[in-house]
Write a protein of this length. Sequence first.
Length: 155
Amino acid sequence: MTLDDLLAREAIRDLMARYTMAGDRLRIDDFVACCTDDAVIESERVSPDRLFRHEGRAAIRAWQERWLSGGSGTHGATFVRHHLSTSAVTLHDADRAEARTYWTAWTDIGPDHAGYYLDALRKVDGAWLIAHRRIRLDWEAPGSLFRSAVANSAG
């Protein structure tokens, strides 16, 4: 592993932290800035009524604006904290990488839901960005406050 590899991995971990904190705090500009212009964010391995796919910064921004305008009515939580844990980053070259990162979301009820991200990452103008994020849900609490969130933030 080279110094450039280590710097790339740290930049990618920083990107993931910035995305997570921006999403939890509904800082839309910061959230969208973590994505390439043609980014895709989508859910996988959930029931059909909970699938979503947002392509491009404009669509991702509109999705986050719906979350913000819905307030706690979007999901019923007064706070959301996604905690990232194990993250495996694979560097393909100086400008492309993939990552698999486990996460758990906490809300007013405690552990609310958990899963992992599968990311395709691309370096654009010297900054690592999310090009494609697939969000996979592994578990949710019986009283999950996010059970209806996708429907409540649909376009």
